[in-house]
Design a binder for this molecule. Structure first.
Ligand code: C2E
Ligand code: CA
Ligand code: CA
Ligand code: CA
Length: 282
């Protein structure tokens, strides 16, 4: 039988966590998290919907605090953005991701389908001119072809300060990296500015994907987005693909790529060893 002492501890432990996880305490704990090695990278597969092959990964940041346990990015990323901590943490993650990708590509060899890695870039990083230098340095260090590095930006982040963002985005485009619009459909969603921004990828938000295949209300919106992105020669990643029905419907409508639990959850790099080797022809 479970000892009552252990249950009591569990109750104490969870209430302590509740108490400690106020905004201010989280902010305090987040300072120095990077230096203490509490942040780490997870990678979620992005799959070619036509062939089922692995196309790349999105890097998602995780925070494991010794006492608070694992804190959701939905909680800590906004704090990291407000405090500016995201600039250093994001730079570290971008470098880490690029080195990981270079290792994976080397492992798969020159004849395998070339993988990409897609890294989230917050508006704080976008406003910082150091981002362009960082990307340049990371490309030089890793020897990666620039198009293998995707940077995900949100519509709202860009529109907040369009002029500065455009400067940075154009400088990044000149380096040859691939720009992606994240959470497409949730922000301004002005179809016209897609042409204005130097992007090659649109990531269709999960909220639109969740209902497709069941004659859901969003199907016509998704069709319209795919028609437009097709006309603009943009590739589309459908986010949050959880069922085969969603995958098949999206593929029928001409969506190129998918990401979601159907294909795999975000995991640390070593947990993907089998997936990395799977499509390689020997
Ligand atoms: P996001 O960029 O839209 O990332 C996709 C989120 O959807 C991830 O949540 C991922 O785990 C989740 N997801 C993926 N597939 C599925 C699915 O099939 N079903 C469902 N229900 N969810 C799925 P996560 O990892 O909790 O990250 C949340 C958000 O935190 C991200 O949303 C992004 O805005 C932010 N974030 C995470 N890592 C970073 C980072 O390194 N830098 C920045 N600036 N933001 C980050
Ligand atoms: Ca993203
Ligand atoms: Ca997204
Ligand atoms: Ca999202």
């Amino acid at each position: 039988a479970k000892g009552s002492g252990r249950n009591a501890y569990a109750v104490f432990d969870s209430s302590l966590r509740e108490r400690v996880r106020t905004r201010m305490d989280l902010e305090q704990a987040l300072r120095g998290a990077l230096e203490r090695g509490e942040l780490f990278a997870t990678y979620q597969p992005i799959i070619d919907l036509t062939t089922g092959e692995l196309d790349g990964f999105e890097t998602l940041m995780r925070w494991e605090h010794p006492e608070l346990g694992s804190v959701s990015p939905l909680q800590f990323i906004p704090i990291a953005e407000e405090t500016g901590l995201i600039v250093d943490a994001g730079a570290w993650l971008l470098r880490e991701s690029a080195h990981q990708l270079a290792a994976w590509r080397a492992e798969r060899g020159p004849d395998a389908r070339p993988l990409h890695v897609s890294v989230n870039v917050s508006v704080r990083q976008l406003r910082d001119r150091a981002l362009v230098q960082l990307v340049q340095d990371v490309l030089a260090e890793t020897g990666l072809p620039p198009e293998a590095l995707w940077l995900e930006i949100t519509e709202s982040g860009v529109m907040e300060d369009l002029e500065t963002a455009l400067d940075t985005l154009n400088a990044l485009r000149d380096l040859g990296v691939t720009m992606a619009i994240d959470d497409f459909g949730t922000g301004y969603s002005s179809l016209s500015y897609l042409n204005l921004l130097p992007v090659g990828i649109v990531k269709l938000d999960r909220s639109f994907v969740s209902e497709v295949g069941l004659h859901g209300a969003n199907e016509s919106i998704v069709r319209a987005v795919l028609a437009m992105t097709g006309a603009l020669n943009l590739r589309v990643v459908a986010e949050g693909v959880e069922t085969e029905l969603q995958r098949d419907w999206l593929h029928e409508q001409g969506c190129d790529l998918g990401q979601g639990w159907l294909f795999g959850k975000p995991l640390i790099a070593t947990a993907h060893a089998e997936l990395i080797r799977r499509d390689v022809r020997v």
